[in-house]
Design a protein around this ligand. Structure first.
Ligand SMILES: [Zn+2]
Length: 123
């Protein structure tokens, strides 16, 4: 009887571990790629919000700027501004990273609903 109980205990522990592991995996998957999004603003007005998990090209401000989303990152690939600083900026993917095009008043900022809570605590 004692051995039987121990086996049951181990099975229970294994089930708990599996569930815990799955929860972490699901959380990592959703938090890592699904939750992040980019907010596109022109002159302080939100033009749209796009998920970083969906690849695509976004024309901003009637095409003065073109943002590309691929592999969970957002990158400004085209702009008609004279300085081209926004195009030269590296791709953004993490919470609060942004790409700014001053001449065209375009701001692209990464937002993560999950991480913002964490930031609120640490800040
Ligand atoms: Zn620019």
């Amino acid at each position: 009887m004692k051995i039987g109980l121990k086996k049951k205990d181990w099975i229970l522990i294994l089930i708990i571990l599996c569930v815990a592991g799955l929860t972490v995996l699901i959380h990592t998957y959703i938090g890592g790629s699904g939750a992040n999004k980019v907010v596109v603003k022109v002159d302080g007005v939100i033009q749209g919000t796009y998920s970083l998990s969906e690849d695509g090209k976004i024309r901003i401000n009637d095409g003065t700027n073109v943002l590309e989303i691929s592999n969970g990152k957002a990158d400004m690939i085209e702009a008609d501004c004279p300085d081209q600083l926004c195009v030269n900026q590296r791709a953004v993917s993490r919470n609060h990273e942004n790409i700014i095009c001053l001449p065209n008043k375009v701001v692209v900022e990464v937002e993560s609903s999950e991480e913002s809570e964490y930031d609120a605590v640490t800040n």
